[in-house]
Design a protein around this ligand. Structure first.
Ligand SMILES: C[S@@+](CC[C@H](N)C(=O)[O-])C[C@H]1O[C@@H](n2cnc3c(N)ncnc32)[C@H](O)[C@@H]1O
Length: 361
């Protein structure tokens, strides 16, 4: 057996397979890449037919956006989710689509003005970059390389990442993506989730639609470039997909949509679309300011991403940070929140940890 097939496919091999496939599918509709999605019809009227045709998504993360949001769409393709998001967030919001394929970007940019005219405002822009490296703007980097053919390009790339990042830290209210994360090489996936976390504001959320598998995809399938670029081979196993958000530091990770019937079954493995929402903001010191919460139920108990256990109906001391988190999405309404619990000597160890330590979260 070919020894390269006993390890995961390299980032280079994935980049070539995905780059070639999506360059072609920007030019001609590729039905094999379409997974039927019901978008909100109110937002489709402003979209040109070509954008609707070249829809290679598998879910609709735009349903979880709000007026005024600043939004980043990862792997924006022909721009459909960006143009829908533009209408949801309104004139006070803004949308950035990032894609690595020049042909896809050309298509999205071609219709930017027309959609803005129909919608009534212009709040969408498209940038070329890799979603696992959101600091580097590839259009600017390539322009620099063309002007400085003999210079150290890697050094300049690092300078750009540090001094002029394409997407800054803590910049976005929401990061969305539709059927793209699976296309990133296995070795780069942890870095990709870290990037999503980095660019979100504290309190921001990621809403990601992607294809997942009901079992780990075997290496043999991972080495098929057609299946890889077809959103099959790079799909994470469902639980591993959720864990990737947890590992990057997200909390409140939640499946908000899950396709009941598989989109495809390959060698007995079911591939289906999942939409996951996850939140940034549990990091930071844990200070006891006398707050408590009571979990309302319906489950006998619940535990959060910091390992706190909340028994139904039981007053539970929490630090100020956890108290604030539990009052917000996605926990809102599930806890009775008590500003001061009236207990004079609190058992700090039973809460989040010693208040002097910024340790718990
Ligand atoms: C399946 S299509 C989805 C396009 C779009 N989100 C939609 O809903 O129609 C995948 C898109 O992701 C882009 N893409 C794949 N891997 C990427 C990466 N590592 N960085 C940036 N874009 C990527 C491709 O160029 C392509 O436009």
């Amino acid at each position: 057996m070919d020894s390269t097939r006993q390890v995961e496919p390299s980032a280079g091999a994935v980049k070539v397979a995905v780059g070639e496939r999506y360059a072609q599918s920007a030019l001609a509709v590729e039905p094999a890449l379409c997974c039927p999605v019901q978008y909100d019809g109110r937002f489709l009227a402003a979209l040109p037919e070509e954008i609707l045709q070249k829809d290679y998504g598998c879910g609709d993360p735009s349903r979880w956006l709000r007026e005024g949001d600043s939004v980043l769409d990862l792997g924006s393709g022909a721009g459909k989710i960006c143009f829908i998001a533009s209408q949801v967030v309104g004139a006070k919001g803004s949308v950035i689509g990032v894609d690595m394929t020049p042909e896809m970007l050309a298509l999205a940019r071609k219709y930017r003005g027309e959609v803005a005219q129909k919608v009534g405002w212009s709040n969408v822009e498209f940038r070329r970059g890799r979603i696992e490296d959101l600091r580097l703007d590839l259009d600017r980097f390539d322009a620099w390389r063309a002007a400085h053919p003999a210079a150290d390009a890697e050094r300049e790339a690092d300078r750009m990442r540090a001094e002029e990042p394409m997407i800054a830290d803590d910049a976005m209210d929401a990061v969305v993506s539709n059927c793209v994360l699976n296309l990133v090489a296995p070795a780069l996936k942890p870095q990709l989730f870290t990037e999503v976390f980095r660019v979100l504001k504290r309190g921001g959320r990621a809403v990601i639609s992607d294809i997942v598998a009901d079992r780990e995809v075997p290496l043999e399938l991972q080495h098929d470039p057609e299946l890889w670029s077809g959103c099959i081979s790079g799909a994470l196993e469902e639980r591993a997909f959720l864990r990737a958000f947890e590992a990057a530091g997200f909390h409140g990770v939640q499946i908000v949509a899950r396709q009941a019937e598989p989109w495809q079954v390959v060698e007995g493995i079911e591939f289906r679309s999942l939409t996951v929402a996850a939140y940034k903001g549990k990091q930071g010191p844990c200070l006891d300011e006398g707050h408590s919460v009571i979990y309302r139920g319906p489950f006998a108990h619940a535990s959060d991403d910091d390992g706190h256990l909340f028994e139904r109906g039981v007053r539970t001391p929490v630090c100020a940070k956890t108290f604030a988190l539990l009052g917000r999405e996605p926990y809102q309404g599930q806890f009775e929140r008590l500003e001061k619990d009236g207990v004079s000597a609190r058992d700090e160890a039973a809460m989040c940890g010693p208040s002097s330590e910024p340790a718990c979260c």
